[in-house]
Write a protein that binds this ligand. Structure first.
Ligand code: M6R
Length: 612
């Protein structure tokens, strides 16, 4: 996830672009850069680190005279290519005539780069973004809009970009496929950016760009064209949000925004690893698949929410790849005497990549000769420096302290790992793998469908249970990690006491806690043990507890025994629990809001726990 902005008008572009980037910095801050054009010269400045570094780099170089009034800028959340100045945007062709800023992923960039290289292009970065610049440059004939349109047809993936050409000093061209891009309409000036806050200080008048469209911007003039190049009429929208709400994409909190960002997080994490119909590819510069060869066990070490992702990994890897799996909380693992060695793959899961205990557990495993992999969301984090390979989630920056979109992205990666191991070990047929790949690729759409109307549905449930002082969460099989995660979400942002159990444990103690005041949240999606979950639901209902069940759409087995159901779209039984966690995040959120609490900043918690 990156932030991009373009400006063309009459005022000095650099200041406007920098101020815009500040508003987009939540989208990533691995590196930043800008290119501005005046008097036949492009000034391009890039720097590793946050915007302060870019400002310092700009101060060291001579500004253009007269100042440029057109330019593009970028703040990066690295996906392809290391965090380096070379890979920072804007990227350009070898002659520096076409500059681009890109958000997203071009899935077929390797093939395009090979084709362009064969035709004589030389590349200076490892990014897919440079492929866009070089592709446009290779076809450019003086009409940037037409060239971008043609290039867009050759790109697979999901992205948004803005291009600028030295030979056309009054025009910017933006293109959008899946990733966000919006237009800002000013008087005698035009803006294009990943999000409205980037230009809200200058105009509240916006236009949306739909998938497959391009936009041609000049000072005060905007033309939107469809995939065939035909002009499109698009209404103007007046933004009424205040600046604070705008930064949250119109949502009242970052947590709510991040809950709604989950389809994107999944698409970014899954899509380019599932290009093959019947398999997963995990190889990239930071991950050599030979790490997976000949392993006899997988061990997940992690804390909090990330630990729950590890638990899901156990179900998926044992079932699909038939490989033993151990999961431990990192703070315990590091002080045990873990029997681990070269045939073990130890995966440290950490959103931040900085959690002290997870790093400690990874070190212990590495010292004992295990192959250690970091599964993290943050490029360049400590975990990525203390391992043999990195598997990234691509959820973008998460600001809310309660993990939401990074959790579903972690689940996606453990599923991908399980499927890759299954293929390497020959434990699933090509047909079954193809089914699972298709189901994984459908997840972002499943999430979109689920979120449609979910807010209201969960709000109604929260209305009758928000004052309860204890909640019990239950599930079986792949529903167990989700029950644990749902309970953690509620306790961390609502300060309500919760417990979560494998439903089969009910009669061994927890059932004693139940009475007619206790809400019981059950994960009752499709599963080989659904009938057993139904039995457990009946048992708790018989004690007067009020059951809220996460079910699979179309299945009404539990309806008669529960107070409320939240159906999630049908998928594979192993994947439906990923969908079921979303209503649970939202339930925790709604209850916190009803209690007048700020879910973005729960008491006593920090986003990153760098001490043990
Ligand atoms: O950055 P990490 O994934 O290593 O963080 C681990 C936990 O601290 C984290 O998941 C914590 O439990 C979250 N606040 C849960 O929402």
């Amino acid at each position: 996830m990156c932030g991009i902005i373009g400006y063309v008008g009459a005022r000095p572009a650099e200041e406007i672009l920098l101020a815009g980037l500040r508003k987009l910095e939540y989208r990533g801050y691995d590196s930043a850069g800008l290119s501005v054009l005046a008097d036949g010269t492009i000034r391009a400045v890039r720097a590793v680190g946050n915007l302060d570094h870019l400002e310092a780099a700009l101060a060291q170089e001579d500004a253009l005279v007269p100042p440029a009034t057109i330019g593009i800028a970028h703040t990066r959340w690295a996906t392809h290519g290391a965090v380096s100045e070379q890979n920072a945007h804007p990227l350009c062709d070898a002659e520096g005539r076409i500059h681009v800023v890109v958000n997203g992923i071009v899935e077929n960039y390797v093939g395009l780069r090979d084709r362009l290289t064969a035709a004589g292009a030389t590349f200076s970065s490892q990014t897919d973004a440079e492929v866009i610049a070089q592709l446009i440059a290779s076809e450019y004939d003086g009409d940037l809009a037409a060239t971008v349109q043609h290039a867009l047809g050759q790109l697979d993936g999901f992205f948004a970009f803005v291009a600028m050409a030295l030979d056309e000093p009054d025009v910017l061209v933006g293109a959008r496929r899946e990733c966000p891009l919006v237009i800002g309409r000013g008087t005698d000036e035009s803006f294009v950016a990943s999000a409205v806050p980037a230009f809200l200080a200058h105009t509240r008048s916006t236009q949306l760009i739909e998938n497959g469209e391009i936009v041609v911007l000049r000072a005060g003039e905007v033309e939107i064209r469809d995939a065939n190049g035909a002009p499109v009429e698009r209404e103007l929208l007046e933004i009424t949000w205040d600046a604070d709400t705008a930064e949250k994409g119109g949502y009242e909190t970052f947590m709510l925004k991040e809950i709604h960002d989950q389809a994107d997080a999944l698409a970014e994490t899954i899509n380019d690893r599932t290009v093959r119909r019947d398999g997963v590819d995990l190889a990239e510069e930071c991950f050599d698949e030979s790490l997976l060869e000949g392993i006899e066990r997988v061990v997940f070490v992690a804390c909090g929410t990330a630990y729950h992702a590890g638990l899901m990994g156990r179900y998926a890897i044992e079932e699909w790849a038939e490989l033993p799996v151990e999961v431990d909380v990192a703070s315990e693992y590091r002080y045990r005497n873990p029997l681990v060695g070269p045939r073990d793959l130890v995966v440290g899961i950490s959103q931040s990549g900085e959690t002290a205990d997870t790093l400690g557990a990874m070190r212990v495993a590495r010292e004992r000769g295990a192959r250690v992999v970091a599964l993290t969301n943050v490029m360049g984090s400590q975990a990525t420096r203390e391992c043999d390979g990195v598997l990234y989630t691509r959820a973008g920056l998460e600001i809310g302290v309660a993990a939401t979109k990074t959790f579903v992205a972690q689940l996606a990666v453990v599923y991908l790992l399980a499927l890759r191991l299954a293929e390497l070990r020959g434990t699933l047929s090509a047909e079954r793998r193809a089914e699972l790949v298709a189901a994984l690729r459908r997840l972002p759409q499943n999430v979109e469908e689920l979120l449609d109307g979910l807010d209201e549905q969960v709000d109604q449930i929260s209305q009758w249970c928000w004052q309860a002082n204890f909640f019990l969460y239950i599930g079986r099989h792949a529903g167990v990690p989700i029950a644990l995660e749902g309970a953690l979400k509620l306790k961390e942002i609502s300060y309500i006491s919760t417990d979560a159990y494998a439903a089969g444990e009910m009669k061994h103690g927890p059932i004693a806690m139940l009475d007619e005041h206790t809400p019981v949240v059950a994960v009752a999606t499709t599963s080989p043990v659904l009938t057993k979950v139904v039995n457990n639901i009946q048992e708790v209902a018989a004690r007067g507890a009020k059951v809220i069940a996460m079910t699979t759409a179309g299945d009404h087995t539990v309806d008669a025994h529960v107070k409320a159901t939240v159906p999630v779209p049908a998928s594979d039984p192993m994947l439906e629990p990923l969908l079921a966690v979303i209503p649970l995040q939202l339930l925790a959120y709604k209850i916190a809001m009803r209690r007048g609490l700020n879910p973005d900043q729960p008491r006593n918690l920090a986003k990153t726990v760098t001490v043990e």
